[in-house]
Design a protein around this ligand. Structure first.
Ligand SMILES: Nc1ccn([C@@H]2O[C@H](COP(=O)(O)OP(=O)(O)OP(=O)(O)O)[C@@H](O)[C@H]2O)c(=O)n1
Ligand SMILES: C[C@](O)(CO)[C@H](O)COP(=O)(O)O
Length: 241
């Protein structure tokens, strides 16, 4: 059944879904790869549409797949589909240009975080609504983190030189960053308009503009499906998400 979005909602969600998924290996664009028989993008859109504040969804699809993605998502939820760009940041900018007038809050959410619960979408939106201009979900870093550099070359037949440790970073002040990342519409639009070099996330652009970015607790279910093992983990998580 097609989900209905909330016509009185104040949130638009941009879904960058145009990546190749090189780290996942061969098999076509990542957003269209199957998880339990359905494309990752379908899993992601279903969960976004279940978040009660969402009024509009704009998907940035791989350039050659716009019509196919429109057909794929039509039975899932009402979405606008645009062609994405060569970099994630460009895909987000192109989707931002298609946001309907009057939306106050924009969330940017990776299709690759396909199992993100609607509650996380709502908690990010609520923090923006409460007055924070930019909000990101984060998790603590669970491994010990080392700074490394190139080591000295070993014996001629021992392969490339191994890295050496330069120091141990204080992980207590580090966070692993997820999506959805939420912004006041004007803050995100200004940050993208001023963007020079591509960055890996939208909060990075907003930081550069000097706007404070606030953290809320993330979710293990919002893991990014990046490498082949992640697909296996995601399949195991489906019954709890
Ligand atoms: N040109 C791009 C690159 C990425 N993305 C999207 O940004 C999200 C996060 O990117 P990532 O997981 O790094 O995806 P890929 O770029 O596809 O992965 P890889 O680097 O392994 O190719 C994904 O939903 C991806 O589809 C996008 O819309 N447009
Ligand atoms: C936006 C993001 O998901 C935050 O963790 C991430 O930066 C996406 O891109 P990456 O190239 O996989 O870092």
């Amino acid at each position: 059944m097609t989900a209905q979005l909330n016509a009185r909602g104040d949130v638009a969600v941009l879904v960058p879904a145009a990546g190749a998924g090189l780290r996942l290996g061969p098999g076509g664009p990542k957003a269209l790869r199957l998880l339990a028989g359905e494309p990752l993008l379908v899993h992601a859109i279903r969960r976004i549409a279940a978040a009660g504040s969402v009024r509009a969804i704009v998907v940035a699809a791989p350039a050659g797949e716009v019509e196919a993605v429109q057909e794929l998502l039509a039975p899932v939820a009402p979405v606008t589909v645009v062609a994405g760009g060569a970099e994630r940041q460009e895909s987000v900018s192109l989707a931002l240009a298609a946001v309907p007038a009057g939306v106050g809050i924009v969330l940017v959410h990776d299709a690759a975080r396909a199992l993100t619960p609607p509650q996380l979408i709502e908690s990010v939106a609520a923090a923006v609504r409460a007055g924070h201009p930019a909000v990101i979900p984060v998790l603590p870093v669970v491994d010990t983190i080392k700074e490394v550099g190139p080591g000295a070359a070993g014996p001629a037949d021992s392969g490339p030189p191994l890295e050496v440790v330069l120091g141990t970073v204080d992980r207590a002040v580090l966070r692993s960053v997820q999506t959805p990342q939420g912004f006041r519409y004007d803050v995100l639009a200004a940050a993208h308009a001023a963007a020079a070099d591509p960055l890996t996330d939208d909060a990075g652009l907003v930081e550069k503009a000097g706007v404070p970015v606030t953290c809320v607790p993330g979710s293990e279910l919002a893991m990014k499906i990046t490498r082949p093992l992640d697909l296996i983990l995601a399949e195991a998580l489906l019954h709890v998400s």
